[in-house]
Design a protein. Structure first.
Length: 301
């Protein structure tokens, strides 16, 4: 379950705005992103429900650069780039979390060969673990989700040998030293009242991405894992998605994920991990949208 950190990052405001036309009308960009019809999007604008780069926009003549500007509807970020792809896969056991396995084992190409985009996995699940794996071509978002410093929680359900005691659960929550450093679960609990003395189901939540960390933690407290599935990753959940199946992010899921990524971007631009974990702040007074010149004709995308 290693997370990898070599995904290229898109620098925020690293270059000045290019010399180009004055962008596209805001309502047109919103409609193209599937928010609503253009007429309804115009109503959203006049009602003050749209923010561009953290600034509420109410002018129908406002223009944006969809590839640079950050737009939100009712506080939920919108992805304006139609080339970005976000997929949830319920990875089966026996599949290696890589796009090409040098040992010839089943890998993720089985699920991505029909994609026109070049996607990659966010973090990894070991070959014996099933569950939620994210596939995307959004490098910056992938980095935020994969890197443990951003504190994105993951939830696992483990079947383990033996009857797990309250003392073992408390030790998981308090933490202990492993060979690669201190670790503790964000939460750990026994699922349901299980009469069996030979096996238990444990739910464990953590944001670490160290190799086989859940298995090593449970073995440390005396309960080796016999089966393991990742049920959630941040705001994403498997739900009823069956093993080996995929689905696109829902609009709500994508909005929540983009919010995580943008807040992490603020952290990189001068915030802190503490700030990144705080509740959402009031809209910032950032750079505003570009207003259409009075005599300019309709812009192109």
């Amino acid at each position: 379950m290693d997370d990898f950190d070599d995904i290229p990052l898109a620098g925020r405001e690293a270059e000045p705005a290019p010399e180009r036309s004055d962008g596209v009308r805001l309502q047109k960009a919103l409609a193209a992103a599937g928010v609503a019809s253009r007429r309804v999007c115009e109503q959203y604008i006049t009602q003050g429900r749209i923010e561009v780069n953290g600034v509420v926009v109410t002018e129908l003549g406002s223009r944006i650069f969809p590839d640079r500007d950050e737009v939100a509807v009712d506080g939920t970020p919108i992805q304006l780039d139609p080339s970005k792809r976000y997929v949830v896969l319920n990875k089966p056991t026996g599949v290696v979390s890589t796009m090409r396995d040098e040992q010839g084992r089943p890998d993720l190409r089985e699920f991505t060969r029909e994609f026109s985009e070049r996607v990659y996995n966010v973090g990894r699940l070991d070959v014996d673990t099933s569950g939620l794996l994210i596939l995307t071509n959004d490098g910056e978002l992938a980095h935020v989700l994969a890197h443990p410093s951003f504190g994105v929680e993951k939830t696992y359900i483990a079947r383990v040998d033996g009857r797990v005691s309250a003392k073992a659960l408390q030790r998981l929550r308090q933490g202990f030293e492993l060979e690669d450093g201190f670790i503790k679960a964000d939460s750990a609990r026994l699922l349901a009242d299980q009469p069996s003395r030979t096996a238990s189901l444990v739910e464990i939540v953590l944001h670490s991405g160290r190799n086989r960390i859940v298995r090593r933690m449970l073995e440390e407290v005396g309960h080796p894992v016999t089966a393991l599935v990742r049920r959630s990753f941040g705001p994403l959940n498997l739900g009823t998605l069956r093993e080996g199946q995929m689905r696109e992010f829902t609009t709500l899921e994508l909005g929540r994920i983009l919010k995580l990524a943008r807040r992490a971007g603020e952290q990189r631009d001068g915030g802190s991990l503490t700030q990144a974990a705080e509740p959402a702040r009031e809209p910032k007074q950032g750079r505003g949208p570009r207003q259409a010149p009075p005599t300019r004709s309709k812009g192109r995308r």
